[in-house]
Design a protein around this ligand. Structure first.
Ligand SMILES: [Zn+2]
Length: 95
């Protein structure tokens, strides 16, 4: 096949399952290894301006199609009163 694309095997950052993907088209999420969250995202589910250090140490992690789907569905239903981020605020002073 003339336009055969090279598939890479990687591990989904969310569910830890290995899956094959095409690096040029895979969905990735930028993760700050220190917090395990995207840079700038707080453990409370809020967002603040990421520090230059957090941005510099962050790495792109591949996400499998199943988790991309779940994330989209979660975002679509995030307005539902049953899914509030407030439940995460067990320790409001923690940063
Ligand atoms: Zn996954």
């Amino acid at each position: 096949m003339a336009d055969e694309q090279i598939t890479t095997i990687g591990r989904c950052y969310v569910c830890k399952h290995t899956f094959g993907f095409i690096p040029a088209s895979v969905t990735t999420v930028t993760i700050d290894p220190e917090s395990g969250l995207p840079p700038g995202m707080t453990v409370l589910g809020g967002f603040r301006e990421p520090t230059p250090e957090a941005t510099a140490r962050s790495v792109e992690e591949p996400i499998c199609p199943g988790c991309v789907d779940r994330a989209k569905r979660f975002r679509d239903s995030a307005d539902s009163p049953a899914l509030r981020f407030e439940t995460w605020q067990s320790d409001p002073d923690h940063r």
